[in-house]
Design a protein around this ligand. Sequence first.
Ligand code: SAH
Ligand code: F3S
Length: 447
Amino acid sequence: MPQRFFIETFGCQMNEHDSEKVAGLLAHRGMVAVNSLEEADLFLINTCSVREKAAQKLYSRLGEVKKHKTSHPQFLIGVLGCLAQQEGEDMVKRVPFVDLVVGTHMFHALPDLLEEVEQRRGSGARVATDFLPAPTPVEIPQVIRQSDFRANITIMEGCNKQCSFCIVPTTRGRERNRPAQAVLQEARRAVDQGYVEILLLGQTVNSYKDPNDRHFRFADLLSQVASIPRLQRVRFTSPHPREFDDHTISVIGEMETICNQVHLPLQSGSTPILKRMRRQYTRERYLEIVDKFRNCGRPIALSTDIIVGFPGESDADFQQTLSLVEEVQFESMFSFKYSPRPHTAAEHWQDEIPEEKKTHRLMLLQKMQKEIQLRLHQEHYLGRHLEVLVEGTARDGVRRFGRTSTNKVVNFPGTDRPGTFTEVFITDVGPNSLVGQKTTDRQQNCA
Ligand code: SAH
Ligand code: F3S
């Protein structure tokens, strides 16, 4: 068995957390995590396939890693995650120097698969991309958390929606919910260990239903997690707008432990495009959900995801997206050019919007969003005292940075330990972050 492993992770928070589980599984078998490829005898790369660019990035990274393998013949390379699931044997044809390809349903078997690879050295790569028939996600209690203060916790995996642009249902499979009891046990243990923030994870996190009690839904789980004594903050990602029922919105409105930031992926502001995207809501319905959050009892910062250049998106459709963005005033946004993906319905529709047009639309959207963020920061943050959870050293290498409950990055001078809370007076704002001075320390310690 290899002894020292190094994991690189591309993609979403679900992937980050899968890598934490994999690290735990390997450490449990006596392997040691190292901080660089050069120190490792096993290199694992956890992949994303949501856009073509992510796939290209993986192959160019593997090209670099191959050089290391040439000079270190015992070195093993394993590819994990969504692209591994999607490509399987095809991946080995393209990059025959990889030793192991493990899909999203087979992480738990990784230590055994590594033993197999060791035994069959020289006889080609081992590809493990079977879909598990398991009705609930495999429990992996050995997780090694990257953060000392934020605990990622899976509540469900997979997605039953069929958005026409999205590969996730193919790579992750159908919805599987974890028993609420297992989630709550993990959450309580994390708090006992000193974690102050919990991030609940799932591909459509708010469609959660306890497999042992279908009436126990996302709102119930969220409220029970948020009630754990000493827990300071709860976040969740990634929700689907349609799955926000009134109960969930009222729980978010009432419970201060739940961060006052909600991700509400829009994708497009045009109803005909939303229909082609199979998003299951119209522009008007989306705006109604926004309104419910606006009236839920406390201010909630809304963030979103938008795709430009979806097949059939006319200038008028795109204007609808801009006008909705102007109307809602999102606090942050992830925006993407449409990228056709295999195994999706839209794959067969002509990707007819020229690249330059997509680029232009993306630029217009991002410019508008930047102005909105700067204005919101000036109006709602400048001159206020805000509670910040300290995360680490700022990019300048000198100051500290942390996050507000609304998920804004705040840079400030100080020596506070990551995982502690402090109050910061905001003295300056930019479109992407805030700057301030500490006012008081709230002595909250963590793990
Ligand atoms: N609920 C999911 C969303 C997955 S993808 C989750 O987080 O697990 C994240 C975002 O990528 C989507 O909201 C969408 O805006 C974008 N995206 C997905 N497929 C895409 C595609 N084919 N082209 C461009 N962007 C895409
Ligand atoms: Fe993808 Fe739509 Fe599910 S964006 S993850 S198919 S909700």
